[in-house]
Design a protein around this ligand. Structure first.
Ligand SMILES: [Zn+2]
Length: 376
């Protein structure tokens, strides 16, 4: 009899615990739904402060990424933005995996993407803790990926340290901190994670002081080249205190990463003129083109190739040390917060000031020398 009543009590305790747990989960689910509703309202109302209050306080890189992402929303007419919670799975009392569907309209197009978010509880408040990535670490890199992309994370782990060594050796200065690399299986999710207004899907992305972002590629060599390009951005943007004109930043990345990785014949003057003829770009033209709104493949590659060829010309005419001195001297200006496109106008002005100090010529004179060199 005593034994039996003991079992009843145990059962009662278990039922109470389970229902307590269920109540707790239901409350968490309701609060998470509210958090997502606040995010949606903040985007629709272009409220940066309210949006940033939904983002984890524990991850500076992610906060920088979301701030850039939100600044793009403030500047562009993103319409009919919707977030829908598709499912919530509690991992533990302070962490949940939440499937979200995001919809919006921009420039006459309607876009949709679905993604898993990690929602975390920090001092009684639920916050967006970035996408639900797994993690693989090497000496200098934290590689983040969704579990179906594990093979790709392993490929990146195999080449990222070599990519870093190559960049440090070619450029001659060290990279000072650890680098996060995020792998997005879905290129549309990659694009939407960077900027909703961006007009084309890309293979790699880096903005200071954010993570390097990429997608799934077949082989390690492709990853090594992409990581070299993005690491070169990181190194030069850091040295210049985020004061590089957009075209110069891309030109440096092409010169120090793409050119050494491709046959020398690919970047000769003859090949360049053969490819673009009358359309070869001047510095002046590159200063006004917005790479991010170009739609045609040839226009995009013309931008990269022209920028790279101009940096190559500068190195051949004035020497590597002078080109590096330009970057260092740009680093003496105050730090600019913002993405490459946002800081471009002021960076162009600073570049002009620095060029005359370091090389003793104006941008117009450099432009003319570059054009003359093409015709010799
Ligand atoms: Zn680039």
């Amino acid at each position: 009899m005593i034994k039996k009543s003991f079992n009843w009590i145990l059962l009662l305790v278990m039922v109470l615990m389970l229902s307590g747990c269920r109540d707790q989960n239901q409350r968490a689910a309701k609060e998470i739904e509210e958090l997502i509703a606040i995010q949606e309202a903040a985007v629709r109302g272009k409220n940066l402060e309210s949006y940033m209050d939904t983002i984890t306080l524990q991850n500076d890189t992610y906060r920088a990424e979301k701030k850039s992402w939100m600044r793009d929303i403030l500047l562009n007419d993103i319409e009919d933005y919707h977030l829908r919670v598709k499912s919530i799975r509690m991992i533990n009392a302070k962490e949940a995996k939440v499937e979200i569907q995001q919809d919006y309209s921009y420039n006459g197009g309607r876009y949709q993407v679905q993604y898993p978010l990690r929602i975390v509880q920090e001092s009684q408040q639920w916050r967006d803790g970035d996408l639900f990535f797994e993690r693989l670490d090497t000496e200098n890199f934290h590689i983040q990926y969704f579990s179906p992309s594990q093979n790709y994370a392993v490929m990146i782990a195999a080449v990222c340290e070599e990519a870093r060594e190559n960049i440090v050796k070619r450029y001659g200065d060290d990279l000072i901190d650890q680098t996060i690399i995020k792998i997005y299986q879905d290129r549309e999710l990659l694009r939407q994670s960077v900027k909703l207004s961006f007009q084309w899907q890309f293979a790699g992305w880096y903005e200071y002081p954010e993570s390097i972002k990429t997608t799934e590629f077949r082989d390690e060599e492709t990853y090594r080249m992409i990581i070299e390009h993005e690491l070169l951005h990181k190194l030069t943007i850091q040295e210049s205190n985020n004061n590089l004109p957009y075209w110069f930043s891309e030109g440096l990345a092409v010169f120090f990463s793409n050119m050494p990785n491709e046959p020398a014949s690919r970047y000769t003057k003859e090949e360049y003129l053969e490819n673009y003829g009358e359309d070869v770009r001047t510095i002046k033209a590159l200063e006004t083109i917005n790479l991010e709104t170009l739609a045609e493949e040839r226009e995009i590659s013309n931008y990269y190739d022209s920028a790279g060829m101009i940096v190559k010309f500068m190195v051949e005419r004035f020497g590597l040390e002078k080109v590096k001195e330009i970057i260092k001297m740009l680093g003496q200006y105050p730090y600019q917060e913002g993405t490459g496109a946002e800081i471009n106008q002021r960076a162009i002005i600073r570049f002009r000031e620095v060029l005359s100090k370091v090389l003793g010529i104006t941008v117009e004179q450099l432009d003319q020398a570059w054009q003359e060199n093409l015709r010799i």
